[in-house]
Design a binder for this molecule. Structure first.
Ligand code: FES
Length: 688
């Protein structure tokens, strides 16, 4: 490493240096730079400039006084005085009081040195309140400042070879490869930087040969950035994160433009089957959307696109194939073969991904199986069922529910076709979660009167000021979490029986149960006087919810059978939608198996969190790549017991499974004999 004076061999009479918080200690000769001491002891102290005094990553904080527990007294003159390099940095950028640059301060006496979190290479990034795990920074792309030898007529070597030599001599990096598209830039950058340049090296694994993906004439002081992308069938969400400390700089999302080819995954597979250029059209649409999203978010974050050198993508198998330009037809039929399932490292240009550094590495997490994608792998990485003593059921609720069940001993996964009902589709008054949509519902069990709240307003509908508060949005429909609460509350209030039938006004004692032909609907809100909608829950809506929740439960139950259990210790509801579901209502409905209510939690967008973890950490990538091989896949489509479980789960909450953690539900039955009420439990008459 350059920029640091050579140091004599230390003896036990030399000053004792103790680094905190690691507690690593050693004797060093007077005059040894603190950074050198840290390196020799294996202390985690960052440096991008290799001790040249220009990156400021090596900041340390000496502590002074008597430290009886360490057996040393650290005096004010234990480090060399503030030097000109530190002074220049302090004048330009400002150093926090008491801080020193570890590459400039030299050891003069016994000293205790604190390495602040931001100066550690492997910083621990604490996630938000709902965090299950911390992220340890270990990014795949790093910066290295190098002094490259100038060309010499007598020793003719290429510029790239002298860059390699500089990395060997100054950073002990023995071999590199170079992205071919960087060749045309090398000479200009070297001369612009006057032979001191910053190299961006990317590694696909801890022991892989690094690839030179960019060269900067100056040291990019902000460091590098990456995008964590959750590519869903309906929406695409992305976070722009710092690769220095994992901080989210900007977030954005957009609708997946492939919706115009089909709302759900199977209709997109059909589109590819029916139209010769269908898959290519969908590939082009999603790639363009990703580029637009990248450009927007990078501009929002006011970041130089050249510094965005990484992206991670999580997605389901169909989106995975369409993104890669692979026709997804095989995923539409047994045995649901994936063209490739392992994690992928690609250059941004391979995916026509613009808006960021063209040589940025795109890491696509591995898929678990033909129906269980990289998004489920990301959920596993984020929620870590494989490290838990408790048997955890994790459901990522969407058009397809992805389900994981496991603990330290084994983890199983399946996906279950819940359909779009949980997203408000196929529901008579259903809509996507947007301002004006009913998201919460309570029904008074005595009066059977509803109260509700809508997205964009904190007040309940029976609170003063509600009408004024929703003046701009109105009440427009009911979203997925709203319909779940509505149906569960109807069951709790005795308006719906276990078979899913809505009672008549006479049976329920409320005029809100309105006859509609041979069935009934429950009126939640009537805005017709003001030209607004009339929002009801119809018998058909309940049927759609029963189908969706039965599919979800049956998938979970199949995994429980496989492990041989009747109970799980905890349930995690993941996904943007899962974050809004009330655990109590999900259980009353029988979407999930019985569990103590305080053990049913929401993980928010766990797939997106998994993408962020993989973005920040090479070791997390290695972890998820190993984990997917350990996960046992259960295929719901060919499993005969799935149908059995599905039928039993039609009842609310369930025909046979006990729910001891729920309050007793009303024992009502609205089956009126010969009357065709359209309920879930009705028998179809055979055609004559
Ligand atoms: S190592 Fe870069 S400033 Fe000290």
């Amino acid at each position: 490493m350059t920029g640091q004076p050579s140091t004599p061999r230390p003896t036990s009479t030399d000053p004792l240096v103790i680094f905190m918080p690691s507690g690593k200690r050693g004797h060093f000769a007077v005059g040894t730079p603190v950074l050198t001491a840290a390196r020799q002891l294996g202390v985690d102290l960052d440096s991008v400039c290799g001790g040249r005094g220009i990156c400021s990553k090596c900041q340390i904080q000496p502590s002074f006084g008597a430290f009886s527990k360490h057996g040393v007294t650290s005096r004010e003159d234990a480090l060399s005085p503030f030097n000109a390099v530190e002074q220049r940095y302090d004048d330009k950028r400002g150093l926090k009081a008491g801080r020193r640059l570890g590459c400039q301060a030299t050891i003069q006496g016994d000293v205790v040195i604190d390495v602040p979190a931001e100066s550690q290479v492997h910083k621990q990034v604490v996630r938000k309140a709902a965090a299950v795990r911390d992220i340890i920074m270990d990014p795949a792309t790093r910066l290295y400042v190098i002094d490259v030898a100038e060309p010499d007529m007598h020793d003719p070597t290429g510029d790239l070879q002298r860059i390699e030599k500089a990395l060997q001599d100054q950073w002990n990096i023995q071999h590199i490869s170079c992205a071919p598209s960087l060749f045309p830039r090398l000479q200009t950058v070297l001369r612009k930087g006057k032979w001191q340049v910053t190299a961006a090296l990317h590694k696909t694994a801890a022991d892989a040969t690094p690839e030179l993906i960019d060269l900067f004439a100056d040291l990019p002081e902000t460091g590098l950035y990456g995008l964590a992308i959750d590519l869903g069938s309906t929406t695409i969400a992305a976070h722009l994160c710092s690769l220095e400390d994992g901080r989210v700089i900007a977030s954005s999302g957009l609708m997946n433009p492939q919706i115009r080819f089909g709302e759900d995954l199977m209709s997109r597979v059909s589109y590819a089957m029916m139209n010769p250029a269908g898959a290519a059209e969908m590939t082009a649409a999603v790639r363009e959307a990703l580029s637009n999203l990248a450009a927007e978010i990078i501009s929002d974050g006011q970041v130089d696109p050249a510094l965005v050198t990484e992206a991670t993508i999580v997605c389901n198998p169909v989106m995975h194939h369409l993104l890669l330009g692979i026709d997804p037809t095989e995923l539409g039929q047994a045995p649901f073969a994936l063209a490739t399932s392992d994690a992928l490292n690609l250059a941004a240009s391979d995916l026509a991904f613009t808006g960021m550094n063209p040589r940025a590495n795109i890491y696509i997490l591995p898929c678990i199986a033909g129906h269980v994608g990289a998004d489920a792998a990301a959920v596993a990485l984020s929620e870590e069922p494989h490290k838990s003593n408790e048997l955890s059921l994790i459901v990522d609720v969407g058009t397809n529910a992805e389900i994981l069940l496991g603990d330290k001993t084994r983890v199983l996964a399946c996906s279950s076709p819940t359909g779009p009902a949980f997203e408000g589709a196929q529901i008579s008054s259903g809509q996507r979660a947007a301002p004006g949509a009913i998201e919460r519902v309570h029904i008074d069990p005595d009066t059977k009167e509803p109260r509700f709240s809508v997205i964009g307003c904190d007040l309940w509908s029976d609170e003063d000021g509600f009408a004024e508060a929703i003046a701009t949005t109105g009440v427009t429909g009911i979203c997925g979490s709203g319909i779940i609460e509505a149906v569960a509350e109807m069951r709790l209030a005795g308006l719906v029986d276990a078979a899913g039938l809505i009672g008549s006004p006479a049976q329920t004692g409320t005029a809100r149960a309105v006859p509609t032909g041979r069935t009934h609907e429950y009126l939640i809100f009537d805005g017709t006087e003001a030209n607004g909608p009339r929002i009801t829950v119809t018998q058909g809506d309940i049927r759609a919810i029963q189908l969706a929740k039965s599919a979800l439960y049956a998938g979970a139950r199949l995994l429980m059978d496989e492990i041989g259990v009747d109970h799980v210790d905890r349930v995690v509801l993941a996904g943007a939608f899962g974050a809004h579901i009330s655990p109590k209502h999900a259980m009353i409905l029988g979407m999930i198996p019985d569990a103590p209510l305080d053990k049913v939690t929401s993980a928010g967008n766990a797939a997106g969190t998994g993408a962020r973890i993989a973005l920040c950490s090479l070791s997390a990538r290695a972890e998820v790549e190993a984990l997917v091989h350990r996960i046992t896949k259960v295929e719901t489509a060919i499993e005969p017991r799935f149908q059995e479980h599905f039928v039993a789960a039609n009842a609310i909450p369930h025909a046979t499974a006990p729910y001891p953690h729920l309050p007793p539900l009303p024992q009502v039955s609205f089956n009126s004999g010969g009357r065709d009420n359209g309920g879930a439990g009705r028998r179809r008459r055979r055609a004559k």
